[in-house]
Each structure stands twice: as C-alpha cells, then as structure tokens.
Design a protein around this ligand. Structure first.
Ligand code: PML
Ligand code: MG
Length: 261
C-alpha cells in the first residue's frame, strides 16, 4: 500500500435526539482508511446510516482520526452456520455453545436475566464470568468496539471460498468477533442484531470459532444483544482500551488458511 498512515472512520446515527440525549440508536459503523480513501469511507458510512431498517436518522456523526497505534493483522475466526427452526431452539444452542467456550451455566442465565434491563444499549455489555455481574460501568452506551476493518476484496475471496454470503453485515460482525476473541480476557461473545429484519446471530470464542445461529429472535424485534463474557483475572481497563483503541485489520490468504474442516 502506498499510504502507510491510516485513519479510523466512525459513524453513529440516531433519531429523537443524539444518543447522549436519549435518542434511539439507528446505525453505527467502523472503517480504517488511508488518507486517499477517506472520501469513499465517509460516503460508505453516510449511505449505511441513511438506509437503515431501524428508521430514518435525525442525528448523525461521522468522524475520522489519524491512528498512531500500530495496526495488528489477524486471520478471521473459523465460521460454522447452525440452522435452527426457532428462536427458542437457537437460544438453547447459544447457551450450549457458551458453556462449551467455558462460561458456567449459572453465569449465562444471570447474564440473560440482565438483558431485559439492557435493551437500547448500543455497545457491548461486559459480564464477569465468575460473578455474572456487569462490569463495564458504561450504562446505556456500553462498550463500542472500534478500529477494525477487512478490505472488501479480501473478504469477498474468503466468502467465496467458504460459500458464505458476501454481506457487509457478516464481514463487520466477523471482524469484530475476531478482534474481541483475540484478547485473552474474552471467554466468549453472544450477539444478535437489533435490526428488525435480521434474525441470525452468533456465539464466538477462540475455542469454538464463529458459530452462526440462523434464528435467535423473531422478525420485527428491535432488541439486540452483544455480551462479552470476561475473565476478570485480566485488567478490565486495559481490556476496554484494547476493544476501543487497538486497530485491527482482518486478512485472509487461501494458502495461509490454517482451518481444518
Ligand atoms: C448486527 O447486525 O448487528 C449483528 C449481526 C450478527 C450476525 C451476522 C452473521 O453472521 O450473519
Ligand atoms: Mg444494528
């Protein structure tokens, strides 16, 4: 690449006021771009925020910022798709996969009980996998995982290779999950979308990879979920700093793919 300096480009959109004034979250987006690509990056995020199934935004912020941190390059997590017939079966499977990743059953139950109070949170909530308590102290904001990207062409080759959909949604979710699971404090992540027209979610961890579950809620439901189960043996502040600040590029090359099917 000719440009060696990269910028983090971020967007957030809401309606009925800005997020910090209680507005409804509509859309968010993250990109990494060289200076020469900033216009295209800003346009892509503008388009994303303007055409969202959660509604028409009345507030939008797009910002870019030069990165001083070294960008880390990661291979995507391995992906499996689990077809399920109902959201109920999907959630039972999600719990099994979380247990398999090392989260105790009683902690999963406790986290899911807290989900009801967490509706409307736009970032992730962090749950201590020893006590089941929320530890991020970020109230309605949650923790926004930022500064990660995956070049479209590289993602499309990867998706072609594994016969997976070439959706930006899958690209963005897998980039985020790969970044999150790379940190040793992450035991597992559970996520489903807050978009009413998208019902596939996933459980991800280093142990089991990125396990898509085709139904985790009903169509029309605008309640999303993003929980990180955290090993609090690690320092929580430096973990949050990694999630928010460490720039990550996902890269995939067929010849370096270590996946065993
Ligand atoms: C989101 O849209 O906010 C999350 C989508 C998660 C699932 C993506 C997929 O694997 O299809
Ligand atoms: Mg969404």
């Amino acid at each position: 690449m000719l440009d060696d300096k990269f910028y983090s480009v971020r967007m957030r959109a809401s309606k009925d006021g800005a997020h910090e004034h209680g507005g409804k979250h509509i859309s968010g987006g993250e990109l990494l771009s060289p200076y020469s690509g900033l216009q295209q990056a800003v346009n892509a995020l503008l388009e994303k925020g303007l055409t969202h199934s959660r509604g028409k935004p009345e507030f939008m912020q797009i910002q870019f910022e030069l990165l001083n941190e070294q960008i880390k390059r990661l291979q995507p997590l391995t992906v499996q798709t689990n077809e399920v017939e109902s959201a109920e079966i999907g959630r039972v499977l999600a719990c099994r996969l979380l247990e398999k990743s090392g989260v105790p059953k009683k902690i999963i139950d406790k986290a899911l009980e807290q989900m009801a109070d967490c509706s409307g949170i736009r970032g992730a909530i962090l749950i201590d996998s020893h006590s089941g308590k929320r530890i991020d102290k970020r109230s309605a904001k949650g923790v926004r995982v930022s500064r990660m990207d995956w070049v479209d062409n590289d993602f499309n080759n990867w998706a072609n290779h594994y016969q997976l959909p070439q959706h930006s949604r899958l690209k963005e979710a897998l980039a985020l999950a790969t970044k999150v699971s790379e940190h040793p404090a992450t035991i597992a992540e559970l996520c489903w979308s807050d978009d009413p027209d998208y019902i596939t979610g996933y459980v991800a961890s280093r142990k089991i990879g990125y396990q898509r579950i085709t139904k985790l809620k009903e169509y029309g439901d605008e309640h999303g979920c993003r929980i990180f189960f955290v090993d609090t043996f690690h320092d929580v502040n430096s973990y949050i700093n990694y999630l928010e600040k460490q720039p990550i590029f996902i890269e995939w090359e067929e010849e370096n793919d270590t996946r065993i099917d």
